[in-house]
Write a new protein. Structure first.
Length: 142
């Protein structure tokens, strides 16, 4: 499926000491299973824009590779319609940018600006809600 998709370029090499380089290299090597090639290519392009500007700060604020690049683990027997990006609660920031820019980064969240509307979206690094009705998770209980 997606393994045959063409890998995005990586001309904008990062600092070799950047802790995210290994994960970035793996991302660029091939499209992850159960991810659409266009979303993979966009995530790679977003990572190439994000890391030079925010990588050092993200590391200092405690953002892990999973916080930035994370995907839901593939089940043993995934349904044919299964897509890893359908699980927001397991999806790293870079998969959600879709060409938009981060305008603020803290130890707990990032603000993503939508240039078309001027609206901002707050991405929470931890305790992201899974899609579902209120009460679907123990985290919903205050």
């Amino acid at each position: 499926m997606a393994e045959n998709a063409k890998s995005p370029s990586f001309d904008n090499r990062q600092n070799p000491q950047n802790p995210y380089n290994r994960v970035m290299g793996a991302l660029l090597e091939r499209c992850p299973a159960h991810v659409e090639p266009d979303r993979w290519q966009q995530a790679a392009a977003d990572a190439e824009s994000f890391l030079p500007q925010w990588g050092e700060q993200a590391e200092g604020l405690g953002w892990s590779s999973a916080d930035l690049f994370g995907l839901h683990p593939v089940p043993d027997k995934p349904h044919p319609s299964y897509r890893r990006l359908s699980r927001y609660d397991c999806t790293g920031l870079l998969w959600l940018l879709e060409g938009r820019a981060v305008t603020m980064l803290s130890s707990e969240s990032a603000v993503i600006l939508n240039p078309k509307t001027g609206n901002a979206t707050k991405y929470r690094k931890e305790r992201k809600p899974a899609y579902g009705p209120l009460g679907d998770s123990m985290d919903d209980i205050a």
